[in-house]
Design a protein around this ligand. Structure first.
Ligand SMILES: CC(C)(COP(=O)(O)OP(=O)(O)OC[C@H]1O[C@@H](n2cnc3c(N)ncnc32)[C@H](O)[C@@H]1OP(=O)(O)O)[C@@H](O)C(=O)NCCC(=O)NCCS
Length: 158
């Protein structure tokens, strides 16, 4: 594939939910069935942006902001189509959320991901991605449904 692609970023709309679910279904090693269900039920209430290449949906980021006295921005889900990863789309999606949060005077962005001691080595890349973009670990906790899974809380001052 040609390395020079033109990536467009726009706000997420209701009509994007189907494409988002289809994309997450392509990444079952990252998004379990219960997570897919949570996305289906909740994503329309989350803010977000989508990335397109030639009008084709190739990725998204969703986030929550200013809920119940919680003033950080929090990334809920994010994914880029496997054929379009490593081309800077994730970086662009993150940047546009950071700019939006800054414009709302929100100074911290947060994300939860799986810890290195969990049974999911594929999340190494995910942690690398966030760490490369300045996120640092602030805490970790055991998943309430499965205590073999440890969740990392990462934050970045924006
Ligand atoms: C994590 C994820 C969203 C990152 O998206 P992405 O579009 O692949 O990310 P980017 O391309 O911006 O950055 C990834 C790497 O590509 C490199 N890169 C960026 N632009 C590039 C370009 N034009 N050409 C080649 N490589 C490039 C970056 O340097 C970065 O390198 P790194 O591996 O050293 O960090 C994506 O890999 C993904 O969907 N993963 C599976 C699901 C997941 O983990 N979601 C997050 C948890 S909910």
């Amino acid at each position: 594939m040609n390395n020079r692609i033109s990536i467009e970023i726009r706000k997420k709309e209701e009509k994007d939910t189907q494409d988002i679910i289809k994309l997450l279904e392509l990444l079952p090693q990252y998004f379990s069935k219960p997570t897919l269900e949570a996305v289906r039920n909740n994503i329309s209430r989350h803010d977000g942006y989508v990335a397109t290449v030639n009008d084709k949906f190739v990725g998204f980021i969703s986030f929550l902001v200013g809920r119940s006295n919680y003033h950080n921005g929090k990334i809920s889900w994010m994914a880029v189509h496997p054929e379009f990863q490593n081309r800077g789309i994730g970086k662009k999606l993150l940047k546009v959320v950071e700019n939006y949060l800054k414009s709302k005077n929100i100074e911290v962005i947060e994300v939860n991901t799986l810890a290195e001691n969990s049974d999911y080595p594929q999340f190494h890349r995910t942690r690398q991605f966030y760490k490369k973009h300045g996120f640092i670990e602030v805490s970790r906790y055991k998943d309430s449904l499965d205590d073999s899974v440890e969740i990392l809380v990462l934050q970045k001052k924006i």
